[in-house]
Design a binder for this molecule. Structure first.
Ligand code: SAH
Ligand code: DHB
Ligand code: MG
Length: 230
């Protein structure tokens, strides 16, 4: 297959490159295709991580041999399925937090269809209400924590992630670039403000060391933060 056509060399677009990456490295996947379809049919927003990003999450979870994974923001379970595939390899589990019962229901069905029900626990309710219990019920420490819920609470989620982790825990946060608006210190967008505070805390907090990678291609220009608890 010629992945370069119809625009070979001249002025490739990030979306063309994304299709190239997906065609090379992300084989068609019935469980994930069905999950996206079910999400669309239920009217959920199309804001899941991209296939290449989902696979990155799986590979990172495999690299750190994560058995215990925490996700904030389930939506339809797309990123959850990628993470759960890695957890399943170590007979582990993803705990995923979701505020919207309708999202949780779609996710539950998607995860079941993917054959991963026994490797995923969906906890319904606003994350700030459900996180405290994870500190005391034996769930912690988590090996990997993926933050992808409401951006306004990202600073609080970073603090929780560190407290629910251990030395070496990998913390990943989606949507910390926001089409570049994170450099705008006058932004009034509460999601940008949340991301800016998160990024500042990642830089300042002595308990974690991190970096941020910008991403283009499948979604809007955005990026993910990666940190390791000291
Ligand atoms: N991680 C998903 C996408 C998550 S979208 C994926 O990549 O497939 C963000 C999700 O966070 C939405 O489902 C939204 O309902 C949920 N959310 C928003 N506020 C929340 C809160 N306070 N606690 C838990 N989940 C929340
Ligand atoms: C939004 C949320 C996300 O998690 C994402 O990856 C993209 C967009 C949003 O709320 O707009
Ligand atoms: Mg996101």
């Amino acid at each position: 297959m010629n992945h370069q056509s119809p625009n070979a060399g001249a002025d490739p677009h990030p979306r063309q490159v994304e299709r190239y990456i997906e065609s090379l490295l992300i084989p068609s996947d019935p469980a994930l295709t069905a999950a996206v379809q079910a999400a669309d049919q239920a009217g959920l927003p199309a804001i899941a991580v991209s296939p290449a990003q989902g696979k990155l999450l799986m590979l990172l979870a495999m690299a750190v041999q994560a058995r215990s994974i925490l996700e904030l923001g389930t939506l339809a379970g797309f990123s959850t399925i990628w993470l759960a595939r890695a957890a399943a390899a170590h007979n582990g589990r993803v705990t995923t937090l979701e505020a919207e019962p309708k999202h949780a229901a779609v996710a539950r069905s998607n995860i079941e269809r993917a054959g991963l029900a026994k490797h995923v626990r969906i906890v319904e309710g606003p994350a700030l209400d459900t996180l405290p219990k994870l500190a005391t019920d034996g769930s912690a420490p988590f090996d990997l924590i993926f933050i992808d819920a409401d951006k306004e609470n990202y600073p609080a989620y970073l603090d929780w992630a560190i407290r629910l982790g251990r030395s070496g825990t990998l913390v990943i946060a989606d949507n910390v670039v926001r089409e570049g608006q994170v450099v705008n210190d006058a932004s009034t967008d509460s999601r940008v403000i949340g991301a800016r505070k998160f990024n500042q805390a990642l830089a300042d907090d002595p308990r974690i060391d991190g970096t941020i990678i910008q991403m283009v291609g499948a979604k809007e220009w955005d990026g993910m933060a990666f940190g390791v608890v000291r």
